[in-house]
Design a protein around this ligand. Structure first.
Ligand SMILES: *Cc1c(COP(=O)(O)O)cnc(C)c1O
Length: 459
């Protein structure tokens, strides 16, 4: 028997590096004050370890950079388009692939066609842009994740699962109001938790009985497929692409951000099987994104994504990817920091409401924790809680389901010593938790307020 080593190493070595700028806590306190205590308003150069998002922030491979040189910028019918389309269909064999500049453009187009006042779109948990694009049409965005998915401490292998009884009840009561059902894999706003193949199959059966199309919000399809491979009975011997194809075959379409699992710095797509839906969507695409063989993308972007899709489903990469996120989460958990468990695929979510129990939800404990992580250690995270989801379409403000702070791990970007530093900073902030202030919101825009709202500490 060969020796089995327990260290799971990065399955790559570094070929090109970017310097990090070291900053002092005095500089950071001034920078965040000037940013209105909104981490989105910082200059990225003032951030040491940027865990704001795993979106578009991954390191591209040598082969992706090489693919970029093959980019063909023909306006129509570029070979780069056909390579992109083939790479997408290899994993997601839908009839129509409609390229967009990122995921929310795909959402905007789809919901413009199927949404509208009186409609309701169920999802396990809507991502912020998905919810905003649904609500912008006047439709309702309904979250139907299983009860375990709302409890940060509940252990369940597939905490992202859709509550199938609730889905069935909704379709039974309001079938005429539901133009599409969504499942987000992995469930980003619910802690990066996976959805089982059995759950997608169950949802598919219900949707097809009611003749409602089922869509995947598939941004982290590869990470979700890895969890299925690792955790679902009977799936351990299957190839990852095979699992992905089955996920797709159970559904009628997808929205996608290529800035997540496919290692794009930009990009996305909408895919559907239905011909007339595809035609309506393509007409809108031409109006807002571009011709259907490039959407919002340059030929070189299409090439980078096509290559990235192949790398995203490699088992050596996925084993490292999921383990490196768990490495951060397990260390915080073992030190007593409340985190969403099990640890998700792309991010670790700290339960700020539990850690900063002295700050009421409407004084934004998540924002307070995120500001402290920056001031003390130069780490940029993001609040996923009452700042992001507290404002309702009727204008009222209520606490979100949970107040989380997400530490998103960019793909192939940071090393283990960066992560060890992050662990040290979080533990230091946790020790000082009782001294952190609540915040009040000073200004906010009408939608997606977390991106541009400004705050001040309550002293
Ligand atoms: C990122 C993301 C989107 C939106 O994609 P963008 O490329 O950022 O517009 C939609 N859904 C989920 C689950 C996401 O993570």
């Amino acid at each position: 028997m060969p020796v089995q080593f327990k260290t799971i190493i990065e399955p790559f070595r570094i070929h090109s590096v970017e310097p990090l700028r070291m900053t002092t806590s005095a500089l950071r306190q001034e920078a965040i004050r000037q940013a209105g205590y909104n981490l989105f308003s910082l200059h990225a150069e003032d951030v040491l370890i940027d865990l704001l998002t795993d979106s578009g922030t991954g390191a591209m491979s040598r082969d992706q950079w090489a693919a970029i040189q093959h980019g063909d910028e023909s306006y129509a019918g570029s070979p780069s388009w056909f390579r992109f389309e083939a790479a997408v269909k290899e994993l997601f064999p839908f009839q129509h692939i409609i390229p967009t500049h990122q995921g929310r453009a795909a959402e905007k187009i789809l919901f413009s066609v199927v949404g509208g006042p009186g409609k309701v779109i169920p999802n396990n948990t809507h991502f912020d842009t998905t919810r905003a694009n649904v609500e912008f049409t006047g439709a309702e965005a309904l979250d139907l994740v299983i009860p375990e998915g709302k409890d940060p401490q509940a252990i369940h292998p597939f905490k992202g699962n859709l509550d199938l009884d609730a889905l069935e009840a909704l379709l039974f009561e309001r079938i005429d109001d539901v133009p599409a059902v969504f499942i987000t894999v992995t469930n980003n706003s619910g802690g990066g938790q996976p959805v089982s193949l059995a759950n997608i199959r169950g949802a598919s059966g219900i949707c097809h009985r009611y003749k409602v199309p089922l869509f995947l919000d598939a941004c982290r399809f590869a990470e979700n497929a890895w969890f299925i491979h690792e955790r679902e009975a009977g799936q351990g011997d299957r190839e990852i692409p095979d699992i992905v194809r089955e996920m797709a075959s159970l559904t009628d379409g997808m929205t996608m951000s290529a800035k997540k699992d496919p290692f794009g710095n930009i990009g996305g797509w909408l895919a559907v099987n239905d011909n007339s839906l595809a035609e309506s969507c393509r007409n809108l695409l031409i109006l807002t994104e571009g011709f259907p063989t490039y959407g919002g993308l340059a030929g070189r972007d299409l090439e980078a994504i096509a290559q990235g899709l192949r790398e995203a489903v490699h088992p050596d990469y996925l084993r490292y990817r999921i383990r490196s996120t768990a490495y951060l989460g397990d260390a915080l958990d073992q030190a007593g920091v409340p985190v969403v468990k099990p640890i998700g695929g792309h991010a670790v979510y700290i339960d700020a409401r539990a850690l900063l129990a002295h700050i009421p939800p409407l004084e934004y404990p998540g924002q307070s924790l995120a500001v402290a992580l920056y001031e003390i250690g130069g780490i940029r995270s993001v609040e996923i809680g009452t700042v992001m989801f507290g404002r309702k379409p009727d204008g009222s403000e209520v606490p979100a389901e949970m107040d989380l702070v997400r530490l998103a791990v960019p793909r192939r970007t940071y090393t283990q010593s960066h992560v060890d530093y992050v662990i040290e900073v979080v533990l230091e902030v946790a020790r000082e938790a009782a001294t952190l202030p609540g915040y009040r919101m000073v200004s906010e825009p009408p939608a997606l307020r977390h991106f541009t709202a400004t705050f001040e500490p309550i002293t």
